[in-house]
Design a protein around this ligand. Structure first.
Ligand code: PLP
Length: 395
């Protein structure tokens, strides 16, 4: 029977990862894969996570099911981490889910079940996996303009113009911070203009926040999602602990719902529970248990915040150095935008041929749309300069 299935290609990023692995060159450089890397090119287990895992091994006394919604304490901590200590918890509910991807999928199921005719609007461009995840949930998708590749800036007027024509009841997927793949975020003023259009059009936010702590800081990066909770009556949020806890393979995330009132929030959570039960039944425990231990222990939490902050500062300094090297090598300011962008990604204005040439000639692996992982940039100034020279040479 399997002969009836369509042939499938691995997705572009997985294909790039495989090609990188097979490349025998010692000086090859992976700017493709979306995981944080330290100055040695490693993705280590964070210290607070390691310590919480040690405690878990010692004192965990059961492997019984956690229930479809996961641990109440984890869920409460995630609401506080994302929406702040002052959030109106009477209208907020949370489910522990397998990663940001799991959150996106179960929340899509919830939204489609609540409002089957709604369109979900995605930024153009967006994280490529949004499209298959939301489509698998049965959502109707459309896109709003977001990014001008030549200036590296958000095309906010075009975004507002498109959203002002969306139908009442439509849903808008917004990257809470550190937009993937562009690194271009809205300013507070621009966010406020987006909220105004959404309010007047009756649109609902679906926030994806996968990089909290990677942009301007853990609290600062939550500004938009918190302001949205104040400005709009309802919202759903897909949060991931993959990046800011480095818990990628453990699959930890949170699906958060803000209802108009407590009764509607409860109804949404009960539906989410049913969706989860009929899908993977219960979330994995290990990673969420570790995140919960970190967030509920003052010393571990402080340690985690410090390490996360050091990762953020490292990426920001790499951005500044890379923009500087490119300014010198290209004799222009066309790459200056890299320094001011946020998070782990930026998108270089390169053609597919230039990207291909960097891979074949220099062993530099960049995703086909020009997205680079800033954390993968060389720490060594001579190597960074060489990369800038290679990029200047293909322009
Ligand atoms: C924008 C965005 N959302 C969600 C995710 C999902 O992350 P995970 O499912 O690994 O937690 C990612 C991962 O790369 C992402 O970049």
């Amino acid at each position: 029977m399997f002969e009836t299935l369509p042939a499938k290609q691995p997705d572009a990023i997985l294909k790039l990862m495989m090609a990188f692995r097979e490349d025998p060159r010692a000086d090859k450089l992976d700017l493709g894969v979306g995981v944080y890397k330290d100055e040695n090119g490693a993705t280590p287990v964070m210290k607070a996570v390691k310590s919480a895992e040690g405690k878990l091994l010692q004192d965990q006394d059961t492997k019984a099911y956690v229930g479809p919604l996961g641990s109440p304490a984890f869920n409460q901590q995630m609401i506080t981490t994302v929406l702040g200590a002052d959030a109106d918890t009477t209208r907020l509910r949370c489910a522990q889910v397998p990663g940001g991807s799991g959150a996106l999928r179960v929340l899509t199921d919830l939204l489609v079940s609540a409002r089957p005719a709604a369109t979900i609007w995605l930024s153009d461009p967006t994280w490529p996996n949004h499209i298959p995840i939301l489509t698998a949930g049965g959502a109707k998708l459309s896109s709003y303009p977001y990014f001008d590749a030549s200036s590296g800036k958000v095309t906010v007027d075009a975004m507002l113009e498109t959203l002002s024509k969306a139908a009442k009841g439509d849903i808008v997927l917004l990257h809470g911070c550190c937009h993937n793949p562009t690194g271009a975020d809205l300013t507070h003023e621009q966010w406020t203009a987006v909220f105004d259009v959404m309010k007047s059009q009756g649109l609902m936010p679906f926030v994806d926040i996968a990089y909290q702590g990677f942009g301007d800081g853990l609290e600062q990066d939550a500004w938009a999602v918190r302001a949205m909770a104040d400005a709009l009556p309802e919202m759903v949020v897909a949060a991931s602990c993959s990046k800011n806890f480095g818990l990628y393979r453990e699959r930890v995330g949170a699906a958060i719902v803000l209802g108009r009132n407590a009764a509607e929030a409860d109804r949404a959570l009960a539906n989410l529970s049913t969706i989860i039960r009929s899908n993977y039944s219960m979330p994995p425990d290990h990673g969420a248990n570790v995140a919960e231990r970190v967030l509920t222990d003052d010393a571990l939490s402080a340690d985690w915040r410090d390490e996360l902050e050091a990762m953020r500062v490292r990426m920001q300094s790499l951005r500044a150095k890379f923009a500087d090297a490119l300014r010198k090598r290209t004799n222009s300011d066309r790459f200056d935008f890299i320094a001011g962008q946020k998070g782990m990604f930026s998108r270089l204005p390169l053609t597919p041929e230039q990207i291909e040439s960097l891979r074949t000639e220099n062993g530099v692996y960049i995703v086909g749309d020009g997205r680079i992982n800033v954390a993968g940039l060389p720490n060594d100034s001579a190597e960074l300069d060489q990369l800038a020279e290679n990029i200047a040479a293909v322009l």
